[in-house]
Ligand binder design. Structure first.
Ligand code: ADP
Ligand code: MG
Length: 698
């Protein structure tokens, strides 16, 4: 029978029906193709032989190979527990080899005083190095075995049934002959030659049977390129389709609302970055094509003002706008800020959140429908079906990472012609990553903070120094400043965290008496939150004790001290966001990271990074190296960046190359109709064309 990629693995020599079933169940591998994509998770380098003497200084202990002799072999019998130990020695020292589970024939198979290789994970216990269940290999067998040995992730369940490393080695060996005839090329030769890419079948061969580091690297590079290329191709085609078919409201003019505001109300001059971004937005909005733009800007870079000016353009062209924020507090704050800036204009604005009373809600609904309201600011409540507009022309979503894809897409269906969309985020990510991740958004970046901002002085203090930190805060309060205390709140330890928060609140109230302390957390009713927030914003309360509900957007310029309790428990981007709550006024601000005395390596790195830099891009890059992009960008969309080999952070150069290649090809041959692009098209249609694309932005 001729084997194809779709053939069931039971037809592969050496597997058979029984084991095929088990492998499918446990590893989700059904076809030959699945098997080919079952990549080794690491490679053991058998070309390196270590000396016993050097074991103490090794970083990697899991794949250590030694060359020497077994001096003694001993069996210990303790009731049911048998074990076999051996003393293995090279000319620099000796280690112990141990077997806990073995059959008696093993004893006969292990030769004493014969030079051999042992291979395995080195443990250090009782001042002795040992290797449990080492692999043993005789020198004479070494000639045929590869230097780099792939390791596949298995499981207990499979191991018990004899599906182990040796098994996979055998299986993949039998694939060696099949690969060239089944794995089809998907990139034209001219491209491969130009970019020095090995063929696809070579790539699969080498990744499963690497000859050496170089061929392995080339194979991985090719597989990564494929992922990057087809991902970019899909984005490119989506964008082209959008350009061609999507309609949008053209907003050609800048009129009175904008001009009056710009000349007479705007309380400061815009930064160059704000101006540039605004030009980018304007040129999008002029076109009869829907705008899909992402505005990235660090905390405090002034995105709200850009949002407001953008809304004024839409209003000047006769359209209505929504501004959606992820929390009630933030929506309120936007509403108050914008209302006060627009109080001299005749632009009418309303606030719609979960706690808006139903009669008010009805009134707002009516005014939106008849068109007398120009701006509605709110939360998720805006997405409800009964919120309808006369002429919605612009939707702005603040802190977009807090919303799911489906939620955002809902805003589109409110109109026949979709509104222009501007999504804003203060989690800046590297440009290449942003372009991959937000694949069908255009991207604008505010990469400059308003003039005269003093960087927040950030320090790390241990819990034992808490009292002096509190005293420092007290001094600042006496100077008229305000202070935030933030406590962690994690799902897994919620009850305990709330307890800590409350106890912290009591303690702080006591310590700082007679100053006023207020509190904010997610379990409060909206009214209480609003009241407490207002109490702090007005300056009546000097201290705000809160959870991360204040992480996004909250703006109280007089607050100049941010004290984060158990800072080691926060993510890096989260700490950066929290720090962004201070440093908003003219005073020197401080951020104090309180941690326990002992920290893990990762926690130390997070704290150190935050103390050393204010650059949000750099911070998010470090964060992604620590946690992986999926965790930071939110799980809702992590499927989008689920690559097998490609790493969006480490492979930025390759991603850039793949994008250039896609641009080049689509420019020349937008429909991929040229014969030499046939293989690209075929592969694309099989694997990448989606049935349905969510909404219009991802
Ligand atoms: P973010 O980008 O984090 O949402 P905001 O829009 O809240 O930042 O702006 C932070 C603060 O900076 C606000 O108090 C805002 O009024 C102020 N601001 C914005 N743009 C400028 C500017 N060009 N010059 C001076 N202050 C500015
Ligand atoms: Mg903001």
């Amino acid at each position: 029978m001729r084997v194809s990629l779709d053939s069931s693995i039971e037809h592969i020599k050496g597997i058979g029906g029984e084991r095929a079933k088990l492998i499918s169940q446990v590893l989700g591998i059904f076809t030959l193709e699945d098997l080919l994509y079952f990549f080794p998770y690491k490679y053991l380098d058998k070309s390196r032989v270590y000396k016993v003497r050097d074991l103490g200084s090794l970083k990697e202990v899991s794949g250590v190979q030694l060359l020497g002799k077994i001096l003694r072999l001993e069996e210990a019998n303790q009731g049911k527990h048998r074990r076999l130990t051996a003393v293995f020695s090279d000319d620099t020292g000796s280690v112990e080899l141990v077997w806990f589970k073995y059959s008696s024939w093993l004893i006969d198979k292990i030769p004493v005083h014969k030079e051999l290789y042992v291979f395995g994970k080195v443990n250090y216990f009782n001042r002795k190095f040992s290797i449990a269940h080492p692999e043993i290999e005789f020198i004479e067998n070494r000639k045929n075995s590869p230097a780099l040995v792939p390791v596949y992730s298995g499981s207990e369940k499979l191991l018990k049934r004899g599906i182990n490393a040796k098994f996979f080695e055998k299986i993949f060996h039998s694939l060696q002959n099949i690969i060239p005839s089944t794995v089809e090329e998907n990139l034209p030769l001219y491209l491969r030659e130009k970019l020095c890419l090995v063929s696809r079948s070579t790539a699969f061969q080498e990744v499963h049977f690497p000859r050496d580091r170089v061929t392995l690297h080339n194979a991985e590079r090719r597989l990564k390129f494929d992922e990057a290329f087809f991902f970019q191709l899909r984005n490119g085609l989506k964008k082209k389709k959008h350009e061609r078919y999507s309609v949008g409201h053209p907003m050609p003019s800048v009129g009175n609302s904008f001009n009056y505001f710009y000349k007479h109300v705007l309380p400061f001059s815009l930064t160059e970055a704000q101006k540039r971004v605004l030009r980018e937005i304007r040129s999008d909005m002029k076109r009869p094509i829907q705008m899909n733009r992402l505005l990235q800007g660090d905390v405090g870079s002034g995105k709200t003002m850009v949002a407001l000016l953008t809304m004024l353009i839409a209003i000047d062209n006769g359209f209505q706008c929504v501004l959606m924020a992820p929390t009630e507090i933030l929506a309120q704050q936007h509403y108050h800020a914008i209302s006060s800036l627009l109080k001299l204009s005749n632009v009418r604005i309303a606030l719609l959140t979960g706690s808006t009373k139903s009669h008010e809600r009805r009134a707002i609904g009516e005014q939106l429908l008849e068109g007398s309201l120009s701006i509605v600011v709110g939360t998720h409540a805006l997405l409800e079906d009964n919120v309808r507009f006369k002429r919605l022309g612009l939707a702005i979503i603040d802190e977009q990472h807090r919303f799911g894809v489906a939620q955002r897409a809902k805003l589109w269906y409110k109109n026949k012609i979709p509104p222009h969309v501007l999504v804003m985020t203060a989690t800046p990510i590297p440009r290449t990553l942003a372009m991959s991740y937000y694949s069908d958004l255009e991207i604008s970046v505010i990469d400059e903070l308003p003039m005269g901002r003093k960087p927040v002085i950030t320090v790390h203090r241990k819990d034992k120094d808490k009292i002096s930190v509190f005293r420092f805060a007290l001094e600042e309060i006496k100077k008229g400043r305000q202070v935030y205390f933030v406590y962690p709140l994690v799902k897994e330890s919620k009850a305990l965290d709330y307890k800590n928060l409350r106890e912290g609140f009591e303690y702080i109230s006591d310590f700082f008496s007679p100053y006023n302390v207020t509190m904010l957390h997610g379990q409060m009713k909206a009214e209480e939150k609003e009241r407490n927030m207002a109490y702090f914003a007005s300056g009546e309360a000097q201290i705000m004790v809160a959870t991360t509900v204040i992480e996004v957007g909250v703006n109280v310029p007089n607050a100049s001290v941010m004290i984060i309790e158990s800072a080691e428990r926060f993510g890096l981007s989260q700490l950066h966001q929290l720090r962004g709550r201070v440093g908003r006024g003219i005073e020197q601000s401080f951020c104090i990271l309180l941690t326990s005395d002992v920290l893990s390596g990762d926690a130390r790195k997070r704290i150190k990074t935050l103390c050393e830099t204010h650059d949000g891009f750099l911070i998010s890059e470090v964060d992604m190296q620590l946690r992986g992009p999926g965790d930071i960008l939110g799980t809702q969309q992590s499927g989008v960046i689920d690559f097998k080999k490609l790493d969006l952070i480490r492979d930025q150069v390759l991603i850039k190359i793949s994008r250039d290649a896609v641009d080049y090809i689509l420019k020349k041959d937008p429909e991929l109709n040229h014969p030499e692009h046939g293989m690209i098209k075929k592969y694309y249609l099989k694997y990448y064309k989606e049935q349905q694309i969510w909404g219009k932005i991802s």
